[in-house]
Each structure stands twice: as C-alpha cells, then as structure tokens.
Ligand binder design. Structure first.
Ligand SMILES: C[S@@+](CC[C@H](N)C(=O)[O-])C[C@H]1O[C@@H](n2cnc3c(N)ncnc32)[C@H](O)[C@@H]1O
Length: 402
C-alpha cells in the first residue's frame, strides 16, 4: 500500500528571490507552470489574473517547504522581493501558528492557517466545476484568496459565503476581500454546521482536512450539487479529496476520490490519543505476543491503508543509528497496540502485539485483501454519505462493500 504522491512544492530559487526582473516575471511563470500542468483550466485564467494571491497575504509569512517540513520567515518590510516572489510561487504559505496563540517572527509549533499552494487551489477549483451564477459555500476561509477566486468566477449573478472557525483569520480575510472589491460574505463560524441560512448551495468546497463529514453539508447542497472535501482517516495525515455529488432526492451524496492532498485538520477533528505509555507501560514489550512479518515498511504508510484498517493510528519512528526502525499501531477504541521493528537490509521484521485487538494481524489481512483486488490506489476508492448521515467507503462501485 504505497503512500499517495504528495503535491510537489516548487520553491523559488535564490536567484529568483533576489533578481528584480525575475520578481516581475514570477507571476507569469506561475501562470505558465499551472497551465502547463493542467492545474489551471483556461476558464480560471481571468480569475487568476484578476485576483492576486499577494493581496491576501500578511506582511510576515512563512512559506513552507513540504519536502523538508520546514518553514522560513519572510518579512515584506525587510525583503519585499523575496516576499513577492514567494507569494507568486507554487508553495503553501503558513499565515498563522498555534491557533493564533503564537507571536513573533519565528515559526510556531503547528500551523493553523495558511494559503494553500496555487496548483492545489486551482486543481480543486477544477474538480469543483463551478459555473457563473452558482451559489458556493467555502469552509476554511484562511486568507480569503480562494473565496475571492470563487467570487470572480461566479460573478454578480452568483454568491459566495465562506466560514472560518478563527475570528482573527475571518476578520483579516474579510478586510482583504473588501480591499480587492470582491463580494464575499465572510463569517466567523464552525464550518461543521455549514450555513443553513443561505442554503441550498450548488457547491460546497472544504479547505481543511476532515475525518467526519457532517450530514449538514449534504442537506445544504442542492440535488446534483457537489461537495468537495479533503477526507482521510486517523491512521495518518494522508488525505484525498472526495468529490461527492448529491443525489436527486437530496438525501445522500457519493463520489470518488480525485487527488491526494494534505490539509491542516478541521479544528475539532484533530487527533487526541492516549500517550504511548498508556498503551505500552514499562515491561509491556516483554509480555506481548511476538511474531514476524515480511510486509515492507514502506507499505504501511498512506491513505489506502487507513481506509482498510479502521480505528487505528500509526507512528513511524525515525531510523536509529543501529539501522532499526519501529512502526507503531495504536488502537483508537481501546489500548490495543502493535509494533514492528524493521532492520535495515533484513526482509523480516519482528512484531509485538498486545490488547483486545491484534492490530498487526488486522493490517496483514487488509494488505492481503488489497493485493487480491489488484493493489488499488486512492482513485479506485470513493465515499458515500448515506441518508442516515453515515459515511461509507467503497471500491470501484458505490454499491460495493469494502
Ligand atoms: C488551509 S486554510 C484555508 C485556505 C484558504 N481557503 C485560502 O484560500 O487561503 C484552513 C483554514 O480552515 C480553518 N478551519 C479549521 N477548522 C475549521 C472549522 N471547523 N470551520 C471553519 N474553518 C475551519 C482554519 O482556521 C484555516 O484558516
């Protein structure tokens, strides 16, 4: 079960950051790049040209390098060329840390609001299939850039409402949208509830990672409308966008996963699990069941694994100096745990399991099932939110059982 391909981050080079001419050209280059990869559809070019990302970014911001996981501080007052070049490059930019509790120019502990990378923004807008005159609800306002692009696209005959759970983020986005002259209603609200006052919507787009899809989003979308939502399991951070089409009776929504993504999590849906020691107290390894596995460590990561092994989260330790690397599974419904200790260069890993569930055995069974179905990737799976509000994952066919 290989991990999904991550969105590549094209970071500006040092040359691009410091040359005035390249700064001017950066936006044209970004347009060419996005058109070349197909992320930017021709129908979205007028919005790309009219609604500039830089108009929505704060003076101090933190472009994020997804390959290294590092963020750097860029201050418009100190280095306006670098600031502008990052604004016009295909990289995600963190705009808030630690739910706003963090102050100062250094990066905080965890990012809590950002401007997503433009290739992802436009790919999702293409999946959303928005037309002029439509009513759109966005959940996760962030900087307001995506809402501004949507407002440009739907025009005066359409309407855009956007919700953010963070009051400061919503206020800043509202101000930026007003300065840009874009008619968007920005509300400080928990997007989990949607916004029934303006329903039904033709489109709902969610720009934070979701683990539990509320039925309210289906109810607030018109029949035939689309709910586009980055969804994943608590197995790990990997997600994919589910493109759900609301049924004619308006009571369910179903559709395939369209692309692998990695969003910051909806606030109330962040994983809070027991500490390691609550699962594995001192001496627990000696009392655990011991077996062996020949599953490759690389196959244990990823979105698809999370679809198949439910109520489990995993942590992969870094490789130690002696070449050993442990992968831990923790049950989320009880304190079952498993660990596989891989040695660099050895085919077999030693497995430890304990608790009411045998999590490693579940993982092996899931892996066998996955191989028996031809090693399907994320794009053969899909989601249905049924008329009872339950979310069901399927393979190939919405009527099929997983
Ligand atoms: C990746 S950012 C959104 C990017 C944004 N669409 C843009 O154009 O810049 C995710 C946002 O989701 C917001 N968020 C998290 N949980 C939320 C919730 N329950 N309801 C609404 N917004 C939420 C965060 O505060 C954050 O601003």
């Amino acid at each position: 079960m290989t991990p999904p391909t991550t969105q590549q981050t094209a970071q500006p080079t040092a040359h691009a950051v410091h040359s005035g001419r390249d700064v001017r050209d950066a936006r044209d280059e970004l347009r060419r790049l996005l058109l070349g990869t197909g992320a930017l559809e021709p129908a979205w070019v007028p919005a790309f040209d009219a609604v500039r990302r830089s108009d929505f970014l704060p003076d101090v911001m933190w472009p994020h390098d997804m390959a290294t996981g590092r963020s750097r501080t860029v201050d418009k007052a100190r280095d306006p060329d670098a600031w502008q070049t990052y604004a016009d490059s295909d990289c995600p930019i963190v705009t808030q840390w630690d739910d706003g509790a963090h102050n100062g120019p250094e990066p905080g502990r965890s990012f809590s609001s950002s401007s997503s990378m433009p290739s992802l923004v436009f790919s999702m807008l293409a999946d959303l299939d928005v037309r002029e005159g439509q009513r759109v609800l966005e959940i996760g306002t962030g900087t307001g850039w995506n809402a501004g692009l949507l407002a440009h696209r739907v025009g005066v005959t359409g309407s855009v409402v956007t919700l953010d759970v963070d009051g400061v983020v919503a206020t800043d986005a509202r101000a930026a949208l007003q300065r840009a002259g874009l008619p968007v209603r920005v509300l400080h609200r928990d997007g989990y509830l949607g916004f029934p006052e303006r329903a039904p919507y033709d489109r709902i787009i969610v720009t934070c990672g979701v683990r539990d899809i509320p039925y309210a989003w289906v109810e607030q979308t018109a029949p035939g409308g689309i709910v586009l939502v980055p969804w994943g399991t608590y197995y790990g951070p990997a997600e994919a966008t589910a493109r759900l089409v609301v049924a004619e009776d308006g009571r369910s929504a179903s559709g395939p996963f369209t692309r692998p993504v990695g969003f910051m999590r909806m606030r109330a849906q962040r994983l809070v699990r027991r500490q390691h020691a609550a699962y594995v107290p001192p001496g627990a390894m000696d009392r655990a069941d011991v077996s062996a596995t020949s599953l490759p460590a690389a196959d244990l990561d990823g979105f698809v694994t999370g679809l198949l092994v439910r109520d489990v989260t995993h942590v992969a330790d870094r490789e130690r100096e002696d070449g050993r690397r442990a992968v831990w599974l923790y049950g989320l419904s009880d304190t079952s745990w498993a660990a596989a200790v891989f040695h660099n260069g050895r085919k077999q890993a030693k497995v430890y399991q304990s608790g009411p569930r045998r999590l490693w055995d579940e993982l092996e069974a899931a892996h066998q099932w996955w191989e028996s179905r031809g090693n399907p990737g994320y794009d053969r799976f899909g989601l249905t939110v049924d008329r009872n509000g339950r979310t069901r994952v399927w393979l190939d066919d919405p009527d099929g059982l997983l």
